[in-house]
Design a protein around this ligand. Sequence first.
Ligand code: SAM
Length: 261
Amino acid sequence: MQNVEDMEFKVFQDRLMEASGLDLSCYKEKQVQRRLSAALAKSGHTSLNEYWRTLQKDSAMLNELVDFLTINVSNFFRNVERFNDLQTKILPELLATRKTLRIWSAGCSAGQEPYSIAIILKELTPLTRHYILGTDVNKTVLQIAEDGVYTEDDVKEVKPSLLSKYFIKQEDRFILCPSVRQMVEYKAHNLLSDPYDTDFDLIVCRNVMIYFTEEAKSKVFKGFYESLSPGGVLFIGGTETLMSAPLYGFQLILPFFYRKV
Ligand SMILES: C[S@@+](CC[C@H](N)C(=O)[O-])C[C@H]1O[C@@H](n2cnc3c(N)ncnc32)[C@H](O)[C@@H]1O
């Protein structure tokens, strides 16, 4: 792996921001430098300046780098016990006071997360039309989300009964049925620079902020607070904690679930 010089890194960071809108200064620096070094080594270039000259001329390569830096690993019902809590406790509680729900999956990757929620809602309230928004900064993954075609690895945590009910297996692919696909709207959205929609009853943002600096995280938490309806719930990832939840106006209601108070 090659070493990324500090000065060169800062210049590269600015150029990338200008060309792609991805602001690496909001992500943990060590992590970014590690991934960038790996990308540089793989590209065969010997310096970031040289690498940049190629990226400037090759938009596919630039997109590939953005994909690599934004890390989009996901799967349906990731950390299944949390989704059980969502299905048996959080959603029934929200549905007790609201007929229809507005839900935002922020940093939704290729749709595995918002579609898992859509499947749960189909099971809980088959006749009700809810609104689910899936957003991500990475347009490549959003296209996969729109297509709704997944691998065996993506669906490894889906219960067999749900897998046969909502997916069609074609060779080694799992095609999500249209009735679930049409429950989710996808939009490109950068949590660090775009305005947030409002009135959500549930915001799910998991395994996205782990890569953000403390300052960036704080900005996002404040934004989520504003975006939630009174009593709305924020659902975060299995390795994350919301330090100083009360400071942001959140109350822990179950591990990884916070209510706006
Ligand atoms: C590891 S995936 C998590 C996917 C899903 N939430 C889950 O937990 O399985 C992180 C996602 O966050 C997205 N992401 C990274 N920075 C972002 C930003 N500034 N705004 C919106 N999405 C971002 C990435 O593109 C990626 O798809």
